[in-house]
Design a protein around this ligand. Structure first.
Ligand code: SF4
Length: 228
């Protein structure tokens, strides 16, 4: 069955968009709090394999420690053990502290995040140990307004179940390209958010709630109850 992804997203936007303002997605909160590009990037790193609430707690702890503004120099100078303690609420704090340190040592200045061309910036960020394609795409979409589609584990699972992708282990770039071919640019970022919400609330990894799913009639794997 070929699912109409555009239609699926329209249904999910209707279902979830009102919830978006209640969510603590880092890029959404970042806009409210007028965070700098560097702070957003750090926040996106903190949100890897974490809930947004815990990532936000970790970022706030870092901001509080530095009097409300985090800079490259401050990150370069701070002891790793101090950084780890500050971001502990996000989980995997040793790994994330290393990644944040790597970012601070690889960027020549914060201006690069806004001034480099998109392709050059993508190459630079992806070459930093600990920074993956999803982190780069979330940053580019939310800070540089780049038309792209970040893929996380919820999105990967939901798109597979819907029949948009053919395998749960599809390559990141293939999923991103497939979605970008099927959706109009204006919908990409909202599609990213509503697919995450759908994966968290209904199309869960275990026991998807197909009986109360608003796109059940369009789903290739409805009722299969696979654990993914
Ligand atoms: S019908 Fe079930 S498997 Fe399909 S998207 Fe909805 S919750 Fe997920």
């Amino acid at each position: 069955m070929n699912v109409d992804l555009n239609l699926v997203i329209d249904v999910l936007i209707k279902q979830y968009l009102r919830d978006l303002s209640d969510q603590s997605f880092i890029p959404v909160k970042a806009r409210e709090r007028l965070l700098t590009p560097l702070e957003v990037l750090i926040g996106v790193v903190l949100s890897q394999n974490s809930t947004d609430r815990n990532a936000w707690r970790a970022l706030e702890s870092l901001l509080d420690y530095y009097g409300g503004r985090v800079t490259i120099d401050k990150i370069r100078e701070v002891e790793s053990s101090t950084l780890e303690a500050l971001i502990r609420p996000a989980g995997m704090y040793k790994l994330k502290a290393r990644t944040i340190k790597n970012i601070a040592s690889r960027l020549r200045g914060e201006g690069e995040l806004m001034e480099l061309g998109v392709d050059e910036l993508r190459r630079l960020l992806i070459s930093i140990r600990g920074v993956g394609p999803k982190t780069v795409d979330v940053f580019l979409a939310s800070v540089r307004n780049v038309l792209t589609f970040p893929v996380d584990t919820h999105i990967r699972r939901v798109l597979y179940r819907l029949g948009v992708t053919g395998s749960i282990s599809e390559r990141y770039e293939k999923i991103r390209a497939t979605v970008m071919e099927q959706l109009p640019p204006v919908k990409l970022l909202r599609a990213h958010y509503v697919l995450i919400l759908h994966g968290r609330e209904v199309c869960k990894a275990r026991n998807p709630r197909c009986a109360s799913c608003p796109v059940e009639g369009m789903c290739a794997r409805r009722g299969l109850n696979e654990r993914l």
